[in-house]
Design a protein around this ligand. Structure first.
Ligand SMILES: C[S@@+](CC[C@H](N)C(=O)[O-])C[C@H]1O[C@@H](n2cnc3c(N)ncnc32)[C@H](O)[C@@H]1O
Length: 266
């Protein structure tokens, strides 16, 4: 039987022991720059597609009154529970095994901040997922979202990812090694070294290079969106763009996540 999704949770489970003070600090920097603040005191926070739980942890450290972390993958849910238990003994957190498509208002209510980093393009129906997530934002609240940008290689990567999720572990291993070798060669042509890139990787989002490579090659379902498409989708729901971090990339080695912060009109 062919598989229709990547097992993100397994990757997060094996990444989670690498979450140290430096990884947390880098994740804090990135969230602060997206939200424009380190002070979430008094605010409720919904983390959709919590993965390792690192970003829910950051929201708690920034003083969020209450966080709800959800993920469709049971291994992401158990990993987030362990990471939060280990780093945040407070009771103002709940981790639920739920899909974004089941976030009904009656059960979940609305949040001051809905945060979903690198998730909604992996759901198989990105536009509906974006709408479902956006509907959980309180009037006047914030919607922080990171989504793959459109590149000329999106269709090629979609095919590679579909192949990867159905490949044997040995084939997946080989694909990752080929990707890393080609990427190293690409860096070399630009006068950069792969070893230096890997060593400095934590300075990005507190992530680890090898887990991120697997997450990129395997991350299926896969979709991408342009800033204009996203703004058009959210405008009828009452959202205004506050800021965006959109980078131009070739897409050869990955689409990269564009970050957006929207505010819902009061
Ligand atoms: C690339 S990871 C991102 C994790 C985390 N947000 C981060 O930035 O590190 C994508 C996550 O989205 C989750 N996910 C995929 N489809 C989902 C859905 N329909 N509902 C909730 N979570 C989903 C995956 O299980 C995975 O943990």
């Amino acid at each position: 039987m062919s598989k229709d999704r990547f097992e993100f949770g397994k990757n997060w489970e094996s990444f989670s022991p690498l979450i140290d003070d430096e990884a947390i600090r880098k994740a804090e920097e990135r969230m602060a720059s997206l939200l424009g603040t380190r002070d979430l005191s008094g605010r409720t926070f919904l983390d959709i597609g919590c993965g390792s739980g690192l970003h829910s942890l950051v929201a708690l450290r920034f003083g969020a009154k209450e966080i709800v972390a959800i993920d469709v993958d049971p291994d992401s849910v158990s990993t987030t529970r362990v990471v939060l238990e280990r780093n945040w003994p407070g009771a103002n957190k709940s981790v639920r095994h739920v899909s974004v498509f089941d976030l009904e208002k009656e059960t979940f209510g609305e949040f001051d901040i809905v945060y979903s980093w690198g998730v909604l393009h992996h759901t198989g129906d990105m536009n509906r997922a974006i709408e479902m997530a956006a509907k959980r934002v309180k009037p006047g609240g914030l919607f922080a979202v990171a989504l793959y940008g459109k590149t000329r290689y999106c269709n090629l990567w979609k095919r590679i990812k579909r192949w990867y999720v159905n490949a044997t572990p040995a084939q997946q291993d080989r694909a990752e090694r080929i990707y890393i070798r080609l990427f190293g060669f690409y860096l070399l042509l630009r006068g950069k070294r792969l070893s230096k890139h890997i060593a400095g990787y934590k300075h990005k989002r507190g992530m680890d290079f090898h887990h991120d490579v697997r997450d990129w090659i395997g991350g299926y379902p896969y979709e991408s969106i342009s800033p204009i498409e996203l703004t058009r989708l959210l405008a009828p729901l009452g959202f205004e763009l506050v800021r965006q971090n959109v980078r131009k990339r070739s897409g050869l080695f990955g689409s990269g996540n564009d970050e957006y912060l929207f505010r819902k009109r009061p």
